[in-house]
Design a protein around this ligand. Structure first.
Ligand SMILES: Cc1cc2nc3c(=O)[nH]c(=O)nc-3n(C[C@H](O)[C@H](O)[C@H](O)COP(=O)(O)OP(=O)(O)OC[C@H]3O[C@@H](n4cnc5c(N)ncnc54)[C@H](O)[C@@H]3O)c2cc1C
Length: 454
């Protein structure tokens, strides 16, 4: 067993310590999607090795490989349900670690498209966990499972294949003087996130890269943490102010564990919030209604603001790659990366993990393309919701279709009705929370309510 020390002093082995027979799955990337994939594969008896370039320790703070951990991370209800299916009791565990738990509409001020949704019980949970808390809690559950091995830090640099499909991964350890090594694999799962290099790795093997779809938003995020006095936002756990086509800016103020509040501001098409305190607060003051501004005026900042830029929604259509090699699965942001203002990424990864589990259940071999199609089905609704809303904003670059314009007009009417009819507000957040399909908004009962509210 190789126990060479890593630069940070940690030791470890790339080889899976369990030499028993059985399928060996290698998961590339140990972030949310990778952890969920590992959980599913180990749950069916595979030996699983997770490879990430980060030194992943038990501490609860943003990592270099997941810098988005500095910013608000909502767990949409559909994702929360999927996470509970994979890790029963997870929400309780997060609550025990200090995350406040409430109701999505009763405990939040939610303003979409300039419409303040009714404050009513939605039946959907609102979990105030920071991204690092959620990731570390999930990681703890995953690494406690039999058969899962977290390899020491290494960069994945390519794949290895035979005529039967992918049979290994090429890596370079994060060690001075390290040269390439390979890990044998019966199954490889790419969860290296939005910067995934899988398309070029496939080309290196003589295959085809997937067709890519993009909707360019050029979003800039700025996030600052605060102490907020009790009852400043009427006892709510969150304030959510979405953009409008006329004012493509938005913000979220959310209570997290340890009674820390996170204020995230964002603007589209290059209109990014400044980091300096005066500019940050002036940007917040430009949002309407003024709930967020009022709250920040009474609050005390904890640290400096940090930024994140997000250029485009990106979707890679692996389901359309005819010669997709066997033994390959792609999940999470590596497959589709959504404008983060809709808070979908982690929920979609969780829904994909559940879909993967169903697809694999009871079968030894399932084709890569069959799985890619199952993954594509999990993306359809969130992609339509995110890009449909984005394309109403001037400056966003993408294909605007008649269908998308009609759907956006209807969504605006639903939001308006949601200001006066609690049932419509509930129907709306069930769809945006990825619990119900978008078609739920054109059910006859909802249509009647939207019409009569108008
Ligand atoms: C600013 C921002 C805010 C967001 N807010 C929300 C939100 O509110 N709600 C929500 O659900 N989602 C949100 N998201 C999206 C969410 O962060 C992702 O969808 C989620 O992290 C799932 O990503 P992943 O596991 O697929 O990839 P990532 O989290 O990007 O992880 C990829 C992992 O792969 C590793 N890696 C990459 N390349 C290599 C390589 N070559 N070799 C080895 N390791 C490698 C990295 O170190 C990293 O650990 C937000 C994203 C951003 C940017």
């Amino acid at each position: 067993m190789d126990t060479t020390p890593s630069p940070t002093g940690a030791t470890g082995t790339l080889a899976h310590p369990d030499h028993a027979d059985g399928r060996h799955a290698v998961v590339l990337g140990g972030s949310i999607a990778g952890l969920l994939a590992a959980r599913v594969l180990a749950g069916r008896g595979d030996r699983v090795t997770i490879v990430d370039r980060d030194e992943i320790g038990p501490d609860i703070r943003p990592r270099r490989g997941a810098p988005q951990g500095h910013h608000v991370h909502a767990i949409l209800a559909g994702g929360q349900q999927a996470l509970e299916e994979l890790f029963p009791g997870l929400t309780e565990q997060l609550a025990a670690r200090g995350a406040p738990v409430g109701d999505m509409l009763a405990d939040a001020h939610v303003v979409f498209g300039g419409n303040r949704l009714c404050r009513t019980r939605s039946g959907l949970p609102l979990v105030g966990a920071s991204r690092p808390l959620l990731e570390s809690t999930v990681r703890e559950r995953v690494l406690a499972m039999d058969g899962i091995h977290l390899a020491p830090p290494a960069d994945v640099v390519g794949l290895r294949s035979t005529t039967r499909g992918i049979d290994g991964v090429r890596i370079v350890r994060r060690l001075a003087g390290s040269t390439g090594e390979a890990i044998d694999a019966d199954l490889v799962v790419d969860t290296t996130g939005r910067t995934s290099r899988l398309p070029s790795w496939l080309e290196e093997l003589g295959g085809a890269a997937p067709p890519v779809e993009e909707v360019r938003v050029d979003i800039g995020y700025a996030t600052r943490r605060y102490r907020v006095p009790p009852d400043v936002v009427g006892g709510a756990l969150a304030v959510v102010i979405g953009p409008t086509p006329e004012r493509p800016r938005g913000g979220v103020l959310a209570r997290l564990e340890d009674d820390v509040w996170m204020a995230t501001l964002y603007g589209y098409a290059g209109d990014h919030p400044p980091l300096d305190p005066t500019g940050f607060e002036a940007f917040a003051a430009s949002l309407e209604p003024a709930d967020l501004t009022t709250a920040l005026a009474e609050s005390t900042p904890i640290d400096e603001a940090v930024r994140h830029r997000f250029p485009a929604n990106v979707r890679r259509r692996y389901e359309d790659v005819r010669d997709l090699p066997g033994g390959l699965v792609v999940m999470g942001d590596a497959l589709s990366s959504f404008n983060p203002v809709y808070g979908q990424g982690m929920a979609v990864a969780a829904l994909q993990a559940v879909a993967l589990r169903r697809r694999l259940s009871g079968r030894d071999r399932v084709g890569s393309r069959t799985i890619a199609r199952a993954m594509a089905r999990t993306i359809r609704a969130p992609w339509e919701l995110a890009t449909g809303a984005d394309l109403t904003i001037p400056g966003v670059v993408g294909r605007r279709s008649r269908r998308q314009r009609m759907a956006a007009r209807w969504a605006a009417r639903v939001q308006t009705a949601g200001t006066v009819d609690p049932a419509v507000a509930r129907a709306f957040v069930h769809v945006t929370g990825l619990v119900d399909r978008p078609e739920a908004l054109i059910r006859p009962s909802t249509v009647r309510r939207v019409m009569s509210a108008a």
